[in-house]
Design a protein around this ligand. Structure first.
Ligand code: DWN
Length: 395
């Protein structure tokens, strides 16, 4: 891995602090967030790893069901999977709080979710959920109980697992010969295009391109046969994968198209990443200037959506409590707590809180449409949003 980006010292993204934590003696943990590119595999990865156990414990706060956008994306996907692939058994790796699984028949869908607090929610909905890390031991356990799985799906999870060899070996152990693997992840191309450097934080060990996925899976005799572009999470790609031995499925043109796009953008060249780094540094300068200008005029700024992504932005740009008064968020396990590193307070979302501010920094910029729809009154009354993607500006 050759380093191209340094995002400074960062706290663990999803470790929101209580008042007690702030007053206590235990020091908040920071790590150096650096990002690198591997010329051979084309993989982009953070360079300093935090152990999975530290990141994904039994109090993991993020719930994918917190946004209408994700719920509707999962609903549409489940309908498509049932119609096209008709799986006898569907397995989701990283099932979070069951926001996708709940669209499937309880007898035909199982989940894997290491964070117990989330696995419990899904189990209570009636879906068998293994609260374990995805590995060969678990794949063997599942195989001995269900024989074979014909559809494995994983969204925003593989990028969180360091040992991808373990991941794919375990998948191929349990996937039927004609089985399908679907992976959904933020697109590196979109990340580079929109200078979304906040896709990098301790949990996002990788941000994938098709170039890298292709290289990764060929060792396991797997092949991408279709690509779908999604608008979720700032631009994601859904990779449809089959075994090479399954010749019944033809390769869709979308694969070649995506590959061409990535090569045209020179994503196989280190220099592209150096250019990205320069743009990130400029983005930081512009955002800091924008915040300073607003504060000079004694205006009030709050944050909307205390995302893992915004932890990277706030800490990299050194945006303090003097600049952003507080955040609002709908996630119960985040509210009445403090943002990692900057210790900005997170209040429980309520429409009226927005009216206390002149400007609202979009931490959850990836849900801009959903949020703008919800906050049309605030906008009508002259309230303004600030975003850093693709360039820092007021909207
Ligand atoms: O990969 C990951 C992605 C999928 O989710 C994880 N490592 C962690 C997490 O990252 P994130 O925190 O950057 O994700 P989101 O989905 O951008 O977070 C949105 C946040 O905004 C949530 O805390 C919920 C909140 N929200 C809100 O308060 N009101 C969201 C919407 C749409 C709203 O209307």
């Amino acid at each position: 891995m050759k380093k191209f980006l340094d995002l400074g010292m960062q706290p663990l993204a999803n470790k929101y602090l209580t008042k007690r934590d702030l007053l206590g003696k235990k020091k908040e943990q920071f790590y150096h967030l650096e990002v690198g590119f591997d010329k051979k595999t084309k993989l982009v990865s953070i360079l300093n790893r935090v152990s999975s156990k530290k990141m994904f414990d039994n109090n993991y706060p993020y719930k994918s069901s917190m946004s209408k956008t994700m719920n509707s994306s999962f609903k549409k996907l489940s309908e498509k999977i049932i119609k096209i692939f008709k799986p006898r058994l569907f397995l989701e790796i990283g099932s979070n709080d069951g926001s996708l699984l709940r669209n499937f028949n309880k007898k035909r869908a199982i989940g894997v979710e290491p964070c117990k607090n989330l696995a419990i929610i899904t189990s209570k909905k009636g879906y068998k959920t293994y609260s374990e890390y995805w590995d060969l031991k678990l794949a063997k356990k599942i195989k001995s109980k269900y024989k074979k799985v014909d559809l494995i799906y994983s969204a925003n999870t593989l990028s969180h697992i360091y040992n991808l060899d373990k991941v794919f070996r375990s998948i191929t152990h349990v996937l039927s010969d004609e089985g399908i693997l679907i992976i959904e992840e933020p697109s590196l191309l979109e990340c580079l295009k929109s200078i979304a450097y906040d896709q990098f934080y301790n949990e996002h060990i990788y941000v994938f391109s098709l170039l890298a996925i292709k290289n990764l899976i060929k060792k396991y005799n797997l092949k991408v046969f279709n690509i779908e572009q999604l608008s979720t999470h700032g631009g994601s790609i859904r990779y449809f994968i089959k075994r090479i031995s399954n010749t019944k499925i033809k390769i869709n043109n979308s694969v070649k198209r995506q590959l061409n796009k990535e090569l045209t953008f020179k994503m196989d060249k280190f220099n592209t990443y150096i250019n990205f780094k320069k743009k990130v540094e400029l983005s930081k300068k512009k955002l800091v200037n924008l915040f300073n200008e607003i504060k000079k005029n004694n205006k009030k700024i709050i944050g909307y959506g205390s995302t893992a992504k915004s932890v990277t932005v706030l800490n990299y740009c050194k945006i303090t409590r003097e600049i952003v008064d507080f955040f609002v968020d709908t996630t119960p396990d985040k509210t009445k707590k403090y943002m990692p590193g900057t210790h900005i307070f997170i209040d429980k979302y309520n429409k009226n809180l927005l009216h206390k501010a002149d400007y609202v920094f979009l931490g959850a910029w990836n849900f801009k449409e959903e949020i703008f729809k919800k906050e049309k009154n605030f906008i009508k009354k002259g309230g303004r949003f600030i975003t850093h993607v693709p360039v820092p500006r007021i909207i």
